[in-house]
Structure formats: structure tokens, C-alpha cells
Design a protein around this ligand. Structure first.
Ligand code: ACM
Ligand code: ZN
Length: 522
């Protein structure tokens, strides 16, 4: 009896509180609404010290366009940031009362996440509804990938992509840096990679027709770009301030024409390569028979990226060239390998050994399982979720990024021919992204092998950064909610929050988002 009276009382209190609905994405573990509101005024300051100063400054800058002023960071203030060892590393509480905003995080990273939540609650008049939020993420790997190979994104654009990840409480930026269509990172030991490999002669116009080359048209304009090592360091530092780890991907042994055009001796045929001007899967790949290939692969990339994981690709590597290459065939004989799939496995094992010698771990696309893979390799499942499920059952760690849920370059409209005629013809609605269940068909004991999930933005058909934003948003919000709030996901509730929150959040951050935001046709 007493309990139900209390319940009615709490409900009335909530009703008497803020009229505004409290919309937060990803959905927090616990929200308790309270009476009244906090107001940010010209006198308000953020109290933050030491490692918490930088997150406070970033918040102050992000909130400036919303309320029209920056909030100073000082020793004393009404918005108080603290850490506590009693919370998990990424766990926080945010308590808003009419007089103060108290943030407690298990680490500065958790405080940063609390500030992202606060950012979603601040209205343009500076008010914040009174509330207590308790929150922590479900998955350790919460990622977003950007393809800088097919199209090049400036340092500022890459930082904007990192901003998008940060505002969604994602913590990994997977940066796809090498491709058949361009090599994008300065390697001082191999200067031709950027001198030759970063530029293609021209680019196919519109959707590439691989069945009939005569139907393709090209723009006749050289296209290129690369990141200097200083650019890379700046991006890694920018991400680190937002508690995002940059995991580079140097895709090998396939998708290597940028490198082969620069150093033809690294291929099986040793000549005749050019940076590709169209999309697709090249038969020309790194030669797995030559020692020089492994010298090349083991380059200074590790000095630039402090990440524990290094992504070495491994996807879409046709075996035609290896079949006809004397060096590759000699390797197969000498190593007692059964076939070219096992040669790929040999290749990946060698690269993994090198990574381990440097205290790093290997991530590869799910094709690296062909021919066998070590238990320590992390599988990024993209062709099909169930390749990831299989790998997790066998004891490998897995990141789920199945294309049917996670490829954010797929069309956002059920009529792509009409509305997005250049991009992939596949339709990936917000609901379909949200449907991803990374634990599907796994036993609870196997769940720990699922490190997390990721949304990927491939850019064959995305040539400007406004388009990147419109493909990424709002669907990255669905990725974020599964990664952060898997145990409490609920599509109908998500959709309501998304419609109320995201246009304003993105608008305030001057981010573009899809005009098909509300479309949901199955
Ligand atoms: C991929 O989409 N080729 C990983
Ligand atoms: Zn070869």
C-alpha cells in the first residue's frame, strides 16, 4: 500500500517537473526525473581541475552555439566535474538540480560522456531539466569507420567525423587509409607511396559498370591527397582528447594498387600497375612469396598510432596472381601449405607475429579466417554476421559490422534509383541498423568474445563531406545505441527520442543529416 502511494507521489512529482521530455541517445541505463530546472546564466562556471579541464573546455565550446555564450572553466562553479574510483571506468552519474549540475565519472573519459549527455539536455535558453542519470556502456568497442582511400578527406573533415563519433559516445575511429584508388599516409621509408600512390589519373563518373567497360565514363581530372605524419599525429591527438582511439587500417594483401603502382616489385607480376580510376576488386595484390613484401608491410605505421589494435584488412584478396606466381608457389611448397588460402593464412600469421613483437594485436576482416587464423586475431565480421558468430564460438574475439546493418554508405531510401542514384542500390533503413543483435545465436558464455560493433562509411560514391555527414547521420545514432545501450534497446522508444532530439543536436553542431530521416519503409 505504502509503496503504491509512493509510486503515485513520484509520478506526480515527475509530472510537475519539467514539461520537456528528457531525450538522450544512446539511452542511459537509468533516468530519474525531478522537479524544476537548472539555468545556465552569464554567472555560471564549470568547476574542473587537472585532467577534467580539457573535457570541460570541449563541452564549453560545443555548447556555445546552443546558448550563445561559452561557459568559463574555473576552480569553482555550479557545474561540477569529479571522478570517483567507486565507478567503472566508463560509468558516470549526472545529477541536475535547480542549483547545481554534479557530474561524477569513473574516469575523465566517463566525465566526457556525462558532458555529452548534458549537451543533449541544454535548451537554447540555457535551461536543463532536473534529473539524475546513471549510465554506462554495454560494449567496449564502439566504432565508426571512414574510408579515406576512395575519396580523400581533409584533416578538418576527419576531425568533424571524430566529433560525430564523440557526440554519440563512440570510442573507436577506424581509419581506412590505403586502397586500390589511393594510398593516403606518408611513410618516410617508402616516399613513392605518397608521391605516386596517392594520386589517380582520373575517376569514373557515376556508378561503375564492371560488366562492360565501354559504358563507363571518366572525368579526366587527376585526384589525390594524403596525410603527412604531422597530420596523422594531429588527428590522433584530437581523437585522444575525445577519448577516441584511432585504429589505422592498412589493407593487405589485397586493395594494394596504390602501393603496387609506387613499388611494382611488391606484386607478383612486378609491373604494369596503376592507381585504379574505378571501383571494384583488383586481381593484383601483394606478392606473398617475396621477402620484400614483409619488409614493406613492417613499416613505421606503428610509430604513428599508439592503438593496441592495428587493422590489416585481409578482405577481398583474389588468388589468381598467387596461383601463377613462382615466388608464391615456392612459398607454398617450402612452408608445406595446402593451397592459396593457406598462403593468405601464412601472410596474416607473419604480420600478426610482427604486431605481437611490438605489443600490438591484429584485427582483420572476416576473410582472414580462410585457410585458418590464430586464436588471438580479432575478426571484424562484415560479409555476414554469422561469420562473426562462428568466430566467436571458436574463441576468437569479434567486432560486428555486418553490411546489412552497419554499412552506412548504403541508401537511406527505399527508392535509391530516384533519390540516391549514384550510390549503392542497397537500402539500409534506420530500423534495419537498429535490428542488429550482436549476440544473436550465441550462448551467454560466448558473449565475452563480442568486443562490440561499428558503423562503416565507404566512400566510392561519396565525394564531398556534406554527403559523408548525410550518410552517417542519423544512422550512426542507431549504431551508438546498440553499442552503448544494447541491454535496453527498444526501437519505438528510440525513434521517438531520435525525432525529438537529433535534428536539434545536429543542427546546433552544424552537421548535415539525411533528408530521409523519417523514412521507414520495410
Ligand atoms: C569490405 O567491405 N570489403 C570490408
Ligand atoms: Zn607472388
Amino acid at each position: 500500500m505504502r509503496k503504491s502511494i509512493l509510486l503515485i507521489f513520484v509520478t506526480l512529482l515527475a509530472a510537475a517537473g519539467s514539461a520537456r521530455s528528457i531525450d538522450i541517445i544512446p539511452r542511459p541505463a537509468e533516468i530519474t526525473e525531478a522537479r524544476g530546472e537548472f539555468r545556465i546564466t552569464a554567472q555560471t562556471a564549470i568547476a574542473a581541475e587537472g585532467e577534467l579541464r580539457r573535457p570541460a573546455e570541449i563541452f564549453a565550446t560545443d555548447i556555445e552555439p546552443v546558448i550563445g555564450r561559452e561557459i568559463p572553466v574555473a576552480a569553482k562553479g555550479e557545474i561540477r566535474l569529479r571522478t570517483s574510483p567507486s565507478l567503472a571506468a566508463e560509468e558516470y552519474t549526472l545529477a541536475v538540480t535547480p542549483r547545481t549540475v554534479e557530474i561524477l565519472g569513473g574516469s575523465p573519459q566517463a566525465v566526457f560522456y556525462a558532458l555529452q549527455t548534458l549537451r543533449q539536455l541544454v535548451a537554447t535558453d540555457g535551461t536543463v531539466p532536473a534529473v539524475v542519470v546513471r549510465d554506462k556502456p554495454c560494449f567496449a568497442h564502439r566504432g565508426g569507420m571512414l574510408d579515406s582511400g576512395r575519396h580523400f578527406w581533409t584533416v578538418d573533415e576527419v576531425k568533424r567525423f571524430i566529433d560525430i563519433l564523440a557526440m554519440h559516445k563512440l570510442n573507436v575511429f577506424h581509419w581506412h587509409l590505403s586502397e586500390d584508388q589511393g594510398w593516403r599516409i606518408e611513410i618516410k621509408r617508402y616516399p613513392l607511396l605518397t608521391e605516386i600512390g596517392s594520386v589517380r589519373r582520373e575517376t569514373v563518373i557515376g556508378r561503375y559498370d564492371k560488366t562492360d567497360e565501354s559504358r563507363n565514363r571518366y572525368d579526366g581530372k587527376p585526384y589525390g591527397g594524403f596525410y603527412t605524419q604531422d597530420d596523422v599525429r594531429a588527428i590522433v591527438a584530437y581523437a585522444a582528447e575525445r577519448y577516441i582511439e584511432v585504429i589505422p587500417e592498412i589493407d593487405m594483401p589485397g586493395h594494394m594498387l596504390g602501393a603496387l603502382a609506387s613499388y611494382p616489385q611488391l606484386g607478383c607480376r612486378g609491373q604494369g600497375y596503376e592507381v585504379w580510376t574505378h571501383w571494384g576488386i583488383s586481381k593484383d595484390v601483394l606478392c606473398a612469396g617475396k621477402e620484400e613484401t614483409f619488409e614493406f608491410v613492417e613499416n613505421e605505421v606503428l610509430d604513428l598510432f599508439p592503438s593496441k589494435f592495428i587493422h590489416v584488412g585481409g578482405d577481398e584478396c583474389p588468388k589468381e596472381r598467387w596461383k601463377e606466381c613462382p615466388a608464391c608457389q615456392r612459398r607454398i611448397r617450402e612452408e608445406g601449405l595446402a593451397n592459396e588460402n593457406e598462403l593468405q593464412s601464412y601472410f596474416m600469421h607473419r604480420v600478426e607475429k610482427w604486431l605481437h613483437e611490438h605489443g600490438r594485436e591484429l584485427i582483420g576482416w572476416d576473410e582472414i579466417m580462410q585457410g585458418g587464423i590464430s586464436k588471438s586475431a580479432v575478426i571484424m565480421a562484415w560479409t555476414d554476421q554469422f561469420r562473426g558468430t562462428d568466430a566467436a564460438r571458436k574463441g576468437n574475439r569479434v567486432i560486428m559490422t555486418p553490411k546489412w546493418n552497419c554499412y552506412l554508405d548504403y541508401s537511406q531510401t527505399s527508392d535509391p534509383e530516384k533519390y540516391e542514384p549514384i550510390g549503392p542500390t542497397r537500402y539500409l533503413s534506420m530500423r534495419q541498423v537498429y535490428r542488429l543483435d550482436p549476440y544473436d545465436r550465441l550462448k551467454p558464455a560466448e558473449y565475452r568474445n563480442i568486443l562490440g560493433i561499428q558503423g562503416n562509411v565507404w566512400t566510392e560514391y561519396i565525394a564531398d563531406f556534406g554527403h559523408v555527414q548525410r550518410m552517417t547521420l542519423p544512422r550512426m545514432a542507431a549504431i551508438a545505441e546498440i553499442a552503448w545501450a544494447y541491454d535496453r534497446k527498444d526501437y519505438d522508444d528510440f525513434e521517438k527520442r531520435a525525432k525529438r532530439l537529433l535534428p536539434e543536436l545536429y543542427g546546433n553542431a552544424k552537421l548535415k543529416f539525411s533528408e530521409f530521416f523519417f523514412e521507414d519503409i520495410e
